[in-house]
Design a protein. Sequence first.
Length: 394
Amino acid sequence: MKPFSKRMPRLGTENAFSVITKAKQFEKDSGIKLVYLQIGEPGFDTPKNIKDATIKAVNDNQTHYTATPGIPALREAIAKYHSQYSYTPYAAEDTVVVAGGKPIMFYTINALIDEGDEVIVPNPAYPIYGSVTEYLGGKIIPIQLTEANDFNFTAGDLEKLITPKTKLIIINSPQNPTGGVLTEELLEKIAALAVKHDLWVLSDEIYDRMVHEGKHVSITKFAGMPDRTVILNGCSKTYAMTGYRIGWGVTKNREMAKYLEQLACNDISCVNTMAQYAAVEALTGPQTAVDEMLKEYKARRDLMVSMVNEIPGMSCKSPKGAFYLMINVRKILDKLGITSAELCDKIMREAHVLILPGTVFGLYGDDFVRMSYVSTPEQIKDGLTKIKDYLLNL
Ligand SMILES: Cc1ncc(COP(=O)(O)O)c(C=O)c1O
C-alpha cells in the first residue's frame, strides 16, 4: 500500500473521547456503573421552543441545501448577537455558519498557517487548537494559564513568545478546561499586542453566556480587533444543542470571511437546514430556558467546589465561567508517586467515577484533574462522596 500523507500522523485527537471508550469497556467487563463527572455536554435537554422550530422546519420542507454561509435569518441573528460585544457592529455578510464550533478552528488555522508559522496556544486548553496547528505544519507555542493567576497569563508572558514567525494567537474565554475567564484588562493588552505585531486572533467564545460573575467581554471590543479576529461560537453549549452541530465564525475581515466560506463549501456545502432554522429560534426566541440552565449550573458549581475542597489533597477555586472545574491534585500525586492520568485511571477502576486528567489539555495540566458540573446534584454528590471515601482509605 502507498503510505498515508506525511501530515496525517501529526493530527491529534480529543482524548476525552478515548477516555469514554475506555470507561464503557470497563463498565462492560466489570458490570459496574460509573458516575460520569468528566463530560463536556450540557446536562439539560434542548429547550422545547427550539425542538418545535426544528420540527416545523422539516414540515415546511426546509430539507434542501442552503447557501454555504447559512440562511439570511440566522446570519443576521448571529451578527446582531456579536455586535453587542464588538467595537464595530457586524453585518450578516461577516458571518459563516458551519457544522459546530469546531470547524472554525480547522478553517481559520487552515486559512492562515503555512509550514513553520507559529501559533500561540493557551495551555492547558481545548486540544484541537494544537492538533490542527501541527497537522497543518504550524508550530505550537504554548502559553501557560496559571492557577495562581486565575488561569490568565500576563501580557509580558505573551510578548516574550511573539517572534517574526508568529501569525496567530488563540484565546478562549471562558475557558475549557479551567473555567477561567480572561480579564478585560488582559484582553485589552492582548489586543494591543496583536495590533502592534500585526497578528490574527482566533477568539473561542463558545462559553460566552456562561460567565458566572460579571459580563462576557470579547477581544473584538477593542479598536483594530474586529478586522483581525475570527470569533468562534455556536449553539452547542448555550442552548444544549451539541447534536445539532451549529456553530459559526464571525469576522470583519472580508478576505477571511471569503476563505471561511470557501473552506466550508469544499468541506460540507452547507449546514443542516432544519438545524439552521432551530438556531434562529435559539438566538431570537425566548431566553428563559438559558437563564434557568445558567442558574442551575451556578448552583451545581457551588456544590461541587465546596465538596471538592473537603477532599484531602484536592483543592480548587470557584471558576468564573463555563462548566468546568480544574482541581489541583499535586499533593495526592506526590504522595502516591503517580501522574494525573494514573490517578484518574485508579479513580475510575477503584472509586468508579470518571474524571479527566489535566494532561488531556496539555503539558501544563499535569497538576490537575478536570471535572464538569453539568451532572445532576445527585450525581455530583454521589461521585464526590465515592472519590472522598476512596482517597481517605488509600
Ligand atoms: C473551548 C471549546 N471550543 C469549541 C468546542 C466545540 O464545540 P462544538 O461542539 O460546537 O463543535 C468545545 C467543545 O467542547 C470547547 O470546549
